[in-house]
Structures are given as C-alpha cells and as structure tokens.
Design a protein around this ligand. Structure first.
Ligand code: SF4
Length: 75
C-alpha cells in the first residue's frame, strides 16, 4: 500500500497579504499587540486576518482594498 501524496496546505502568506492591503488594518506600535483591525475592533499579536481564520475557519469577510493614491511626479 502506497502512502497518500501530501496535500498542499494553504500558505499563510495568502492571508498576510489581505490585511496589508486592507483599509481597516493599522499598526498599533504596542509591543504586545502590534497589529489591529478597525472593522472588527481588536488588536492582536499576529495579523488580524490570521486570527479571524483561526477563530472562525473562514477568511475575513470585512476586507476592503486600500485606495491607491498616485503622487505627483511619480509618473
Ligand atoms: S477587515 Fe479583515 S482583512 Fe481587513 S484588517 Fe481586519 S481582519 Fe484584516
């Protein structure tokens, strides 16, 4: 009997990108809880979307992409 092939586990990097690109994410500058989410109103040690995934088993449903600003003279 052959062993089952390993299945790919979704990389945490997928979730990381979400908070970093979300308008609700901010850095608290608190050593114990450096990350925070305005939409869900909590601070955390890990990125908020990781906490959401760990607690609910689903990806965050409150993600809202940041507005991109084009500065004068950059293009
Ligand atoms: S709303 Fe979701 S994706 Fe946005 S910062 Fe909060 S946890 Fe992260």
């Amino acid at each position: 009997m052959e062993p089952e092939p390993r299945r790919a586990i979704r990389a945490p990097a997928d979730s990381d990108r979400k908070c970093n690109q979300c308008t609700h994410y901010y850095i608290t500058h608190e050593v114990a809880f450096p990350h925070a989410c305005r939409a869900l109103n909590f601070k955390s040690r890990a990125l908020p979307c990781r906490e959401v995934l760990a607690a609910s088993g689903e990806e965050c449903q409150y993600f809202e992409a940041k507005q991109r600003t084009i500065r004068k003279g950059t293009r």
